[in-house]
Design a protein around this ligand. Structure first.
Ligand SMILES: C[S@@+](CC[C@H](N)C(=O)[O-])C[C@H]1O[C@@H](n2cnc3c(N)ncnc32)[C@H](O)[C@@H]1O
Ligand SMILES: [Mg+2]
Length: 310
């Protein structure tokens, strides 16, 4: 286990050389709880009158509840052509895919009473892959028999996803759309399983986003969300090592302060009427170059949750 002290030393030694941004230390801020609540729940009550006057909430909290974060979307638009380059910026997702698919297959087969040994266990089920990017996840889900809708806010991603899916008759059935979860809620769309993998850390309003995911999930359906923990270890590995040392991802891909801890994710899902049933970590072994499922949720983690009945 890497100590916080050691990480701090590595950080202070490498920061001037690699020009790594300082993580915003929200935890030490006296109004941490309120700031966090404002960020997670835009309907959070104001701080108590006894507390010193705070600055007004950012404009985004006062305007629409759109999940779009233009700065984040520009990052993905800039690298959209590299989605299917297994050695490009999405290499970590390509490497992680078999492991996360194993978790999805196992939890969803249990949830829907399907045979995990079948080649097409998801036959007859409707899935939506929110923030599907180039379709790295949508395609194997379609191959496992699901009727898949893939949605992404970046038009270029959808074009790449469609082009790639059209190469195979099985995946060409995927319904790709350039839209958002909240717009699909307006269209009253429902799915047996709603998946948003590695997306929540890039959206504008995580709590509202979860409410949209919940509204898209049918009664008795399942929701799967994966993301990165807001931990010192995640800062050291997912940002410093992945972006600045190994340069797997373009610098600035991830903003540490946008990460959610597993506890925060459980809380915002609970408020969206979704109960987390199981969580697992994904850990990377640099010696084998492979990811595996683990109890260690300190960096990458996934939550399998079910929609509460009304
Ligand atoms: C890190 S990628 C993950 C892609 C895919 N889910 C996977 O794991 O292979 C994040 C994706 O979310 C998309 N995205 C970001 N914000 C979004 C939003 N508010 N609504 C829909 N898609 C969004 C980005 O365009 C990008 O393709
Ligand atoms: Mg990410």
């Amino acid at each position: 286990m890497v100590s916080k002290h050691l990480l701090t030393r590595i950080y202070s030694m490498t920061r001037p050389v690699l020009q790594i941004p300082q993580p915003r230390n929200l935890c030490s801020h006296p109004k941490f709880v309120h700031e966090l609540q404002t960020r997670l729940f835009s309907d959070a009550p104001p701080p108590s009158p006894a507390a010193p006057a705070s600055t007004p909430p950012p404009a985004s909290n006062l305007q629409s509840k759109s999940s779009l974060n233009e700065t984040e979307l520009k990052k993905f638009a800039a690298i959209s052509e590299t989605w299917w380059d297994a050695e490009g910026p999405f290499k970590p997702l390509h490497l992680m895919n078999p492991t996360r698919l194993a978790f999805i297959r196992s939890t969803l087969c249990r949830h829907f009473g399907k045979d995990p040994n079948s080649t097409r266990p998801f036959e007859g089920l409707k899935f939506v892959d929110v923030g599907c990017g180039g379709g790295i996840l949508s395609e194997p889900l379609a191959r496992m028999g699901a009727t898949v809708t893939g949605v992404d806010a970046v038009e270029k991603n959808i074009k790449i996803a469609q082009l790639h899916a059209d190469l195979d008759p099985i995946t060409s059935s995927i319904d790709y759309r350039c839209t958002t979860a909240e717009k699909m809620v307006e269209e009253q769309m429902k799915f047996d399983a709603v998946l948003a993998l590695e997306v929540i850390e890039h959206v504008a309003e995580p709590a509202e986003f979860c409410k949209s995911l919940s509204a898209l999930t049918s009664c008795g359906g399942a929701t799967l969300i994966s993301t990165i923990n807001r931990s010192m270890r995640a800062y050291a590995t997912a940002i410093v090592i992945a972006e600045y040392v190994l340069r797997w991802l373009p610098r600035g891909t991830h903003d540490w302060s946008s990460f959610l801890t597993p506890e925060e994710l459980v809380l915002i899902l609970e408020r969206a009427s979704i109960s987390v049933q199981e969580m697992a970590g994904f850990v990377y072994n640099p010696l084998t170059g492979q990811w595996s499922i683990s109890d260690d949720i300190s960096v990458n983690f996934i939550a399998y949750a079910t929609k509460n009945t009304e």
